[in-house]
Design a protein around this ligand. Structure first.
Ligand SMILES: Cc1ncc(COP(=O)(O)O)c(C=O)c1O
Length: 409
């Protein structure tokens, strides 16, 4: 079910026309459909209902407090990768026993906070990190639950900048190293080795890498004979960014996980981000100028790569929609670009577009994940506002950053 869609010729977020929102809030701004967010979470939960997983929403994909609070209300935990994300998860009331902490470079301060908060698992990515967690735990007189992150040397067949499961990547421990570290950890007095974790990348649309990942985990578990309490399968489930694109078949994935779980007592953890929030977001932007040049027309938006980094960083393609459809067309090669002084500040190329003019608005779709959370102040541009829509109501859930704030340093 799509909650951001055209109703006759108006692009709508639930029951509100995006044009109405564009006239109310200063562009560019992010806008989310709460129904879409909840629907995605509950659908995910339902597809995996036979294995009753702990779902730890990946806070890096979107860390807006209102959004996190809504997810907490419907049962979500949190996957965090920094002290900031950890504190946000706690602030919205997520139970610390539903928080997992991953990342190759956790600082002593971050570890200390996670140990004190007694979170579900700190997922260890190196021997030195395990030693440090043990030391910090000893100092605090705690016995800390940890997971160990396997690097299964499996490519997710996804964009190379969001691929984390191959042996040349910095993430996790290779098979042999993982086994050796498990043995060492079992001798560390202030650690409890409770989890085995893995995350092979993001936006994976093919089931095969997940299948290979599960069989590597199976092999490892049989070899080391540790009765892990938790098996954390990470996130990575791919979505379709346009009608033509394939998405991961979650039902097939759930069948594979059910099979994998036969004869195991562990609890499954998932860390989904994109599949929960990706299609729940729309970035609304105003057309500043239309400029003809050589063989194309540049449509210059007031949203730039500082607001939505994914196209510049990963060549990601976000569909751009007019807020009002008409049958009139703008012909020729059209390139949507931002105002930033970088030639990579471009969003989309296409042949023709609905006839638009300067001052009109457009919406960039599927920007809920890694949109706002990757935004920056580059070119001294304030970060965008965020708006939440539910039914026929809308509210500001993050103010646009003030320029004064940016002028302080
Ligand atoms: C450790 C870890 N878990 C979960 C995720 C979330 O991934 P996705 O948004 O693709 O589900 C990421 C993102 O890269 C990650 O690094």
């Amino acid at each position: 079910m799509n909650f951001i869609r055209f109703r006759s010729d108006s692009l709508c977020v639930e029951n509100i026309s995006a044009l109405r929102l564009a006239k109310k809030y200063k562009t560019p701004f992010y806008c989310y459909s709460l129904a879409q967010l909840k629907n995605n979470f509950l659908r995910f939960n339902n597809i995996f209902k036979n294995i009753k997983p702990i779902i730890c929403f990946s806070v890096k994909s979107n860390s807006n407090l209102t959004l996190l609070r809504e997810l907490r209300k419907i049962g979500s935990g949190a996957d965090v990768v920094s002290i900031g994300e950890l504190l946000k998860a706690i602030k919205v009331g997520i139970n610390s026993k539903k928080i997992v902490f991953s990342g190759v470079g956790k600082t002593e301060e971050e570890i200390s906070k996670a140990v004190k908060k007694k979170i579900l698992l700190i997922n260890v990515e190196s021997e030195s990190e395990a030693i440090l967690i043990n030391k910090v735990s000893k100092k605090l007189s705690k016995k800390t639950s940890i997971g160990i992150r396997l690097n299964p040397n499996i490519s997710g067949n996804t964009h190379k900048k969001i691929s984390t499961g191959s042996k040349n990547e910095k993430f996790g421990l290779l098979y042999g190293d993982c086994i050796n570290l498990c043995k060492k950890i079992q001798k560390m007095k202030n650690l409890k080795l409770e989890g085995l974790s893995v995350h092979i990348g993001s936006q994976i649309t093919n089931i095969k890498p997940f299948k290979n990942m599960l069989s590597t985990l199976d092999k490892l578990i049989k070899r080391i004979k540790i009765d892990f309490k938790f098996i954390d399968l990470g996130g990575g489930m791919g979505i379709s960014y346009s009608n033509k694109e394939k998405k991961l078949n979650l039902k097939k994935y759930s069948k594979l996980v059910e099979k994998f779980m036969k004869n195991k007592n562990a609890k499954i953890i998932f860390e989904p981000g994109r599949v929960i929030v990706g299609n729940a977001g729309l970035l609304i932007s105003k057309i500043l100028y239309i400029k003809k040049s050589a063989d194309k027309k540049f449509i210059i938006l007031d949203a730039g790569m500082n607001d939505l980094m994914r196209p510049a960083l990963y060549n990601a393609k976000h569909q751009i929609m007019p807020l009002k459809k008409t049958s009139k067309r703008l012909a020729g090669n059209i390139e949507f670009v931002g105002p930033i002084c970088e030639s990579s500040d471009k969003f989309y190329n296409q042949k023709g577009f609905v006839k638009v003019k300067e001052g009109d608005y457009v919406g960039l779709t599927h920007v809920g994940a890694y949109g706002m959370s990757l935004s920056s102040n580059y070119n001294i541009r304030p970060t965008a506002a965020e708006v939440m829509v539910t039914g026929s109501n809308h509210k500001l859930i993050r103010k646009r950053q003030s320029l004064e704030n940016l002028l302080k340093n």
